[in-house]
Design a binder for this molecule. Structure first.
Ligand code: ADP
Ligand code: MG
Length: 424
């Protein structure tokens, strides 16, 4: 069962002399001139409920010249009585309402019981609309169950963002370096050519050719020997047979070697080799440039990949946050927040219309006080008739009792407070 204030009695609390109020309806208007005790009525209600912290914040709760202040709240199911005295810490009792024969029962841990009845923040919805963005976010976060710590998630995101910025700086640097490094022309070998190898090849070719030259000279010698032998055949008839045989043998030998020579290896063109030898340093300069180009290109690709990984990580954090936010149940549809503040339908709360702001903050205040359904609006004079209509409609719809303080000198509005008392 939702609780309201059925009756309020306050004596000597701040500006109050004595008031006894039995409110009627969802909007309870306290009116009167300045400094007559309107805020003291609201203070008395919340001081009676909140205890501890709230009482300590008020240095002098007892009206000047008195030694006891008492506030008694009848909440229907509970009767709350708090007393302040000059000489002790004061007292609090919470009792059941009296039965027909006048018996009542005291609860044993009264403040604990009240803390459970009173919402996390009995905040003033109008005050919420005037908070800084950071205070609004803190208030909103306190009213919902968040599966993450927004500050921690923001810090984590900033860390990854910084790392990516660092990597991207290296990417820029390498891109510049690569641009300034000449690209090797097509066909440049990937490793340096060895001059020693070419010299060895050159030497071997020369040896090879010298051997062939030698062989050729031998053949020439042999050929002349054949001719001599033939001359001797003519001269030396007597030795013809033997000489012919010798000539024939040598002829055969010559034939065989000639055939072999003709079928044998070709001469090697040493000019091309020596040309290559001359170009060796030039080639190797191009080779080194090519190696440097490939090294930087590989480094650049790796860093680009790293930066892309950080981008994915940032996206993952953002998604984690938006998924978590999507799952959070805010007390008002369309309400959320980001690092900059509270958002309503995706637009900064401060940019919503006054009526929207009021509607949202009233709904928030109501959601945080589900049991003891009372709210206070201290600057009621700032509400125009449209806003007042919104407030009344929400109070009726949600069965809330809204205590509104307005400055009014006509003596005709709501409960009129004058000189610390309810004006008759
Ligand atoms: N303990 C106290 N004893 C006497 N007067 C007090 C005490 N505390 C506050 N006041 C006076 O009460 C007045 C403010 O009361 P308040 O309830 O805020 O008036 P209202 O909301 O009607 O303008 C001030 O004049 C202040 O000096
Ligand atoms: Mg006031």
């Amino acid at each position: 069962m939702p609780l309201h204030i059925v009756n309020l009695v306050a004596e000597n609390y701040k500006r109050l002399v004595a008031v006894d109020i039995t409110p009627d309806g969802n909007i309870v208007t306290l009116s009167g001139r300045n400094a007559q005790g309107k805020s003291s009525v609201l203070d008395a209600i919340f001081a009676a409920l909140a205890g501890g912290e709230a009482s300590r914040a008020t240095k002098q709760p007892i009206r000047d010249g008195q030694d006891v202040a008492v506030v008694r709240l009848d909440l229907g199911d509970y009767i709350v009585t708090r007393r302040w005295t000059d000489d002790d810490a004061g007292s609090l009792t919470v009792e059941t309402p009296p039965t027909a024969d006048g018996r009542k029962q005291k609860y044993s841990s009264p403040q604990k019981l009240l803390d459970e009845l009173v919402g996390k923040r009995a905040f003033d919805p109008l005050a919420f609309t005037r908070m800084s963005s950071a205070e609004q976010v803190a208030t909103l976060v306190a009213t919902v169950e968040l599966p993450f710590d927004p500050a921690e998630l923001d810090r984590e995101r900033a860390g990854v963002f910084d790392q990516r910025t660092e990597i991207n700086r290296t990417v820029k640097q390498l891109e510049g370096q690569l641009g300034g490094t000449p690209k090797p022309v097509d066909g440049t070998p990937e490793v340096e050519v060895s001059a020693a190898d070419i010299i060895r090849e050159f030497d071997l070719a020369r040896e090879h050719n010298a051997a062939l030259d030698n062989e050729m000279r031998n053949l020439e010698l042999m050929q002349s020997a054949v001719e001599q032998a033939k001359a001797r055949v003519a001269e030396l008839e007597a030795e013809l047979t033997r000489a012919r045989e010798a000539a024939t043998n040598r002829w055969d030998d010559y034939q065989a070697k000639l055939v072999k020579f003709e079928a044998g290896p070709e001469r090697i063109d040493t000019a091309e080799i020596s040309e290559r030898l001359q170009k060796v340093e030039q080639t190797n300069v191009a080779v080194r440039a090519g190696q440097e180009h490939r090294r930087i290109a590989a480094q650049l690709a790796a860093k680009r990949e790293e930066a892309a990984r950080f981008t994915l990580e940032l996206q993952a954090i953002d998604k984690r946050k938006s998924d978590a936010l999507a799952a959070v149940k805010f007390p008002v549809a369309g309400l959320s927040f980001d690092e900059s503040g509270v958002l309503y339908n995706g637009i900064p709360f401060s940019q919503a219309s006054a009526a929207e702001q009021l509607r949202v903050s009233v709904a928030l205040a109501m959601a945080s006080n589900p049991q003891l359904r009372i709210l206070q609006v201290r600057d009621g004079s700032l509400l125009d008739s449209d806003s007042m209509k919104v407030l009344t409609e929400l109070a009726e719809k949600n069965d809330f009792q809204v205590w509104v303080e307005v400055v009014d000198e006509s003596g005709q509005v709501g409960i009129v407070i004058e000189d610390g008392q309810v004006k008759a």
